[in-house]
Design a protein. Structure first.
Ligand code: GLU
Length: 430
């Protein structure tokens, strides 16, 4: 009797293996390099990071046991200046993800016209499950391990997911102790009393707002009659939502990892912020809107969709059902590669991450300049300068995408290539 082979019922069927985050960066890079005809020597130089550092960080936990964490800092490029980019504390941090985020920082700084290169750091950990003491010891241990990588004229970290001004204060303190003098310019996103910049905390959200307005002008959308859905209510999403609201754009949906909330008449954002404060920094059980799914939020019939949470949120399947006319990417990498073409063919305008969320690093640059000057600007001055940088960046990306008959994402890469190619040529490859 023939032995029948049992079918493997549990094997998931993937048409093709999903791209890793760095593969997704390269896919877009290669598309843009083809269109722009980026010379191969420059392309080869930019396809790989300049330096990758991985460290093991033993930390004494509150229970008296030692836990060893993995930490990364990846310098993608320093052609335009010292490298710049945040530090992420999250469970999914790995070298592929940090590498992708570092490369995006190179393009982001170049698009915004900043004299900075790109880098990213991260520690694989769950900051929500750690005490402030554990987080402080981990952050200081990481700073010590990276004391030869960081530097005000070498590599300048900043906040990213899971980190904020508190962690930046620990970094500046530890780094200054090691170097025996105060070095505020080693990190940005610091508390204002330690040399932080006014306007930095709101800057990424502010940039999202400016890019939304610029795109609406080009598209002929009347903002006073428009609606928006914002995915994510952290540093980027909460400021973006509030600032869009201040420009009379009706924010009808918000979300965080606990759920999404929809209110046809508009979400009361002050109430949402108060609720978040009272409920352990979450929107859980927020009474100001109907509970909907994440997918429903992403496919709502609104004018503007702002994904400001995690990467890989808009897949090809979601893209097919997106009803927004405009997507402004507050997060890094929220749209998957296959979704780009679907959205483009549907006529959806996507302001890409490396342009849309570059407001944060732009004000980081201003913070660094103020640290160098030892002279601090008023919030209005910071905001005005920020808005000018963002409007110029938007215009250039729009122009380059029209010139090369492509979407704004590839237009943004092309804008960055123009600056990077010049810098690489002037500095020379030997
Ligand atoms: N982490 C932020 C980003 O992804 C800010 C980086 C910075 O300010 O250096 O753009």
């Amino acid at each position: 009797m023939a032995i029948s082979k049992k079918p493997k019922v549990s094997t998931p069927v993937h048409k093709h293996k999903p791209l890793s985050m760095y593969e997704a960066v390269l896919a877009r890079f290669n598309q843009a390099a083809d269109i722009y005809k980026l010379p191969e020597d420059v392309a080869a130089t930019l396809r790989v990071p300049q330096k990758q550092v991985k460290v093991s960080l033993p930390v004494m936990m509150d229970n008296g046991k030692v836990k060893v964490f993995e930490g990364y800092r990846i310098i993608h490029s320093t052609y335009l200046g010292p490298s710049k980019g945040g530090i992420r504390f999250a469970l999914d941090v790995n070298d592929d993800e940090v590498k992708a985020l570092a490369a995006w920082m190179t393009y982001k700084c170049a698009v915004a016209g900043l004299p900075l290169g790109g880098a990213k750091g991260g520690i694989t950990c769950d900051p929500r499950k750690m005490s402030p003491g554990e987080l402080e010891r981990l952050t200081r241990e990481y700073t010590l391990a990276m004391c030869e990588v960081f530097g005000p004229d070498r590599d300048i970290p900043a906040p990213d997911m899971g980190t904020g001004k508190r962690e930046m204060a620990w970094i500046v303190d530890e780094y200054s102790k090691i170097h025996r003098h105060y070095q505020p310019g080693v990190v940005t996103g610091k508390p204002i009393t330690l040399g932080g910049s006014r306007g930095r905390e709101a800057a990424t959200g502010r940039g999202v707002m400016i890019h939304t307005l610029e795109a609406m002008k080009k598209m002929g959308i009347d903002r006073k009659k428009s609606t928006a859905a914002v995915q994510g209510f952290g540093n980027v999403g909460s400021y973006a939502a509030t600032l869009l609201r201040s420009k009379n754009i009706n924010v009808v949906a918000i979300s965080d990892y606990t759920g999404a909330y929809y209110n046809e008449r508009g979400i009361d954002l002050d109430k949402a912020l108060q609720h978040q404060k009272k409920h352990g920094n979450t929107l859980e059980d927020f009474p100001g809107g109907e509970l909907i799914t994440n997918e429903e939020l992403l496919t709502l019939d609104v004018d503007v969709l702002v994904p400001a949470a995690l990467q890989n949120q808009i897949s090809a399947d979601i893209a097919k059902n997106v009803k927004a006319k405009l997507i402004v990417e507050g997060a890094n990498g929220p749209t998957e590669v296959e979704a780009d073409e679907i959205l483009h063919n549907k006529g959806v305008i996507v302001v890409p991450d490396i342009l849309a969320n570059s407001g944060g690093v732009t004000v980081s640059y201003f913070e660094w300049v103020q640290n160098k000057q030892g002279y601090y600007w008023k919030e209005e001055e910071v905001n005005n300068k920020h808005d000018v940088y963002m409007q110029q960046a938007f215009e250039q990306v729009w122009y380059n995408s029209k010139q090369h008959k492509t979407n704004l994402r590839l237009g943004a890469y092309i804008t960055a290539f123009k600056r990077l190619e010049k810098a690489i040529r002037y500095r020379g490859i030997y």
